[in-house]
Write a protein that binds this ligand. Structure first.
Ligand SMILES: Nc1ncnc2c1ncn2[C@@H]1O[C@H](COP(=O)(O)OP(=O)(O)OP(=O)(O)O)[C@@H](O)[C@H]1O
Ligand SMILES: [Mg+2]
Length: 305
């Protein structure tokens, strides 16, 4: 539905949520074969995100919480991504450094304890996933761009075209991907459309992004003394990034945790997981919970007041 427009259309997303929410809920309960009596609480994404979609989910969750007399737990979307690593390794415990790379965010988050977040690096412009989507469009690979670009890159040479990593002198842990995107556009303009070396450009771009992410992550881990690195968000599904990070961190004797591939992009399991952790600590949201299109990860405790 969104593919025809080349990106998510908020109004379409909200309307589709209304149509899908009850069907998805019924299917999930049937598949899990869990009676309501065994459900301890209702977790729901409350912020940040597209407000129309958040409103649909929060209204549904509040209704269920009220009807079934269960605690309501509003979850910060990025805390959900962070907790997706627990779905791969249930024994994961802070402290760890998290590389959070999704469609709207690219951050290095130090997690000394569950719920305590310190942003040590972030993007100055585009998010990594956004860069994948924009470059995929330049290469005529369609939407969603990340998986399509990764597929195209498989047959290309990552050393074909040197591209800028977007280093920021005064902030070595920050990212910048807009210069890289512009460099790819200029490179594309040098070829007639029918002779565009799609695979080589895709491989060079993917290699550059992975290097930018891995180098900053290693540097950050050294600075804070992290011995466990967690990589989450849609871009953490990228096999180029996964193998690069695994190799570099492994060589230093550090542990790396990735969510399962299917749980890197948005999913409900990670929200349930984050909600469960909150509930264990007695964090419950009021039934007056209001979804918010913006909310910093460092302010996520506001959802429990
Ligand atoms: N294999 C892949 N390689 C690179 N990028 C990928 C891959 N798979 C998905 N992505 C990218 O991940 C992004 C989607 O991830 P996610 O669902 O975490 O983002 P979002 O929820 O839209 O953003 P946010 O979580 O920041 O609000 C898209 O930009 C997509 O291109
Ligand atoms: Mg997301």
């Amino acid at each position: 539905m969104h593919g025809a427009w080349g990106g998510v259309v908020p109004e379409i997303a909200a309307r589709e949520h209304v149509g899908a929410v009850n069907r998805v809920l019924a299917a999930a309960l049937a598949q899990a074969q869990v009676p309501w009596a065994d459900i301890d609480g209702i977790a729901v994404t409350a912020a940040p995100g597209l407000i129309g979609s958040l409103l649909v989910g929060v209204a549904a969750a509040k209704t269920l919480a009220w009807v079934y007399r269960k605690p309501l737990i509003g979850v910060h979307h990025l805390e959900g991504h962070l907790c997706s690593a627990l779905l791969a390794d249930p024994h994961l415990e802070p402290p760890f450094l998290c590389l959070l790379v999704s469609g709207g965010h690219s951050s290095l988050v130090w997690v000394p304890a569950w719920g305590a977040y310190q942003i040590l690096g972030q993007t100055r412009d585009d998010a990594a996933g956004e860069a994948f989507d924009k470059v995929a469009r330049l290469l005529g690979l369609g939407y969603p761009g990340g998986p399509a670009l990764e597929k195209a890159a498989q047959t290309g040479n990552p050393k074909s075209y040197p591209l800028p990593q977007g280093k920021i002198a005064e902030a070595p842990l920050d990212f910048s991907f807009s210069g890289l995107k512009t460099a790819v556009r200029r490179l594309c303009e040098k070829f007639p459309p029918e002779a565009l070396p799609v695979a080589d450009i895709a491989a060079s771009f993917q290699h550059t992004v992975a290097e930018a992410l891995v180098q900053r992550t290693l540097r950050c881990a050294e600075t804070v003394g992290a011995r466990t690195i967690v990589a989450v968000g849609g871009v953490a599904a990228n096999t180029g990034l996964r193998s690069r990070l695994q190799t570099e961190a492994g060589a230093r004797g550090w542990q790396v945790v990735f969510p399962p591939l299917s749980l890197c992009t948005d999913n409900a399991a990670m929200i349930g997981c984050a909600g469960g952790l909150r509930l264990q600590r007695g964090h419950v949201s009021p039934l007056t919970l209001t979804p918010r299109s913006r909310l910093a990860l460092t302010a996520c405790d506001e959802l429990y007041r």
